[in-house]
Design a protein around this ligand. Structure first.
Ligand code: MRU
Length: 344
């Protein structure tokens, strides 16, 4: 992605150090943060310095590769412990488990620690590269759905910052813009963490794409008044039947889209699909701290003694999803199963 005239990826590794764009500071500041060890990587994923399913998939892969560089001896138990420590940071995102498994599978043939270290870095690099490539392809497929003049609604941030590069939902938007289509994006602000108003809007502004931030609760109003032609969001985990977990509030957007005959699409790489999970009911939903609801920028905005509940994701049943835009094309949710063999 191009930021202030320079090309960046969301996360990368060089000389044993992991670097990433600090998403907690956007849009106020643009900072590259460096992670030196597993505890820093775990903390960054948990606190959402790096967030978005494919981005944390790549960070997990790099994090495991980095941890291996620091091991004094070949110790498979330690490697598995580090893997599960990284994996537990965000339970809903399937990409995280996928990225970790990818590195673990690729170090399998190694006989020595040195061999293992080299294979792990190579695997993490390949993983990040192919994740970025998949997102670019998602953009090309998604672009075909966006007509000149389209008004698009998106929720949360499924942009370049949520991935290694390009984004998923926003990759399609970007490609449509690069093709010269005149488009307008309605950006749900996405309470409680405001990924829409802080990150998606910032990415669109960087690209000069026309957009406006709306309160989450305004989406229905714009759908009903005929102002939205298509809804595209990302996903954190898709079950084998096409049910999709994404940022809390996505489900209600999908239902509203259905009610108003507006096509609702999910854009996600195959790494987001959990073929082991039959339906959305089996997807673990991350519950985050109540402080995210009760405070904004350290300032309590709620009644002083009231508690809050904070599920980070919800599940949209497949029946509301017109199609899933992947790097291999656009699939009906019921056809997702057919990809399992190709992806194995
Ligand atoms: O809690 P977040 O900000 O990590 O949630 C992110 C989302 O819900 C995204 O839509 C999803 O990860 C897809 S990113 C391409």
């Amino acid at each position: 992605m191009l930021i202030n005239g320079k090309t960046y990826r969301t996360v990368w590794m060089a000389d044993g150090l992991i670097h990433a764009i600090n998403q907690l500071l956007i849009p106020a500041e643009f900072e590259i943060i460096t992670f030196h060890d597993t505890s820093e990587v775990v903390d960054a994923i948990r606190t959402m310095v790096v967030r978005g399913a494919p981005a944390i998939g790549a960070l997990g892969a790099y994090g495991l590769a980095q941890a291996l560089q620091q091991l004094p001896r070949l110790d498979m138990d330690a490697i598995h412990r580090i893997k599960s420590q990284l994996q537990q940071t965000r339970p809903t995102a399937h990409d995280l488990a996928h990225g970790l498994k990818y590195v673990l599978d690729h170090i399998g043939p190694a006989r020595t620690l040195e061999e293992m270290k080299a294979l792990a870095v190579e695997a993490a690099e390949t993983y990040a590269e192919s994740s970025a490539k998949a997102c670019k392809q998602i953009g090309a497929h998604g672009n075909a759905l966006i007509e000149d003049g389209a008004r698009i609604l998106t929720h949360c941030n499924a942009g370049a910052l949520a991935t290694v590069d390009f984004g998923t939902a926003l990759a399609a938007v970007r490609m449509a813009h690069y093709d010269g289509k005149s488009i307008f994006v309605y950006v749900d602000e996405t309470r409680p963490r405001l990924q829409g108003s802080k990150i998606t809007a910032w990415e669109l502004a960087q690209e000069g794409i026309a957009h406006a931030i709306i309160a989450d609760s305004a989406a229905g109003h714009y759908m009903r008044s005929g102002d939205i032609d298509i809804v595209i969001t990302g996903a954190d985990r898709i079950a084998a039947n096409g049910d999709a977990a994404n940022k809390i509030g996505t489900y209600e957007k999908a239902v509203l889209a259905g009610e108003n005959n507006i096509p609702f699409y999910i854009a996600a790489p195959l790494s987001t699909i959990d073929f082991q999970i039959r339906s959305g009911g089996d997807i673990p939903i991350e519950e985050r701290d109540e402080s995210e609801i009760l405070y904004i920028d350290g300032q309590r905005i709620a009644s002083p003694t009231s508690p809050a509940m904070n599920p980070a994701f919800d599940v949209t049943p497949a029946k509301y999803i017109r199609g899933i835009i992947t790097e291999q094309g656009i699939f009906k949710p019921e056809d997702i199963k057919t990809l399992a063999d190709r992806h194995a």
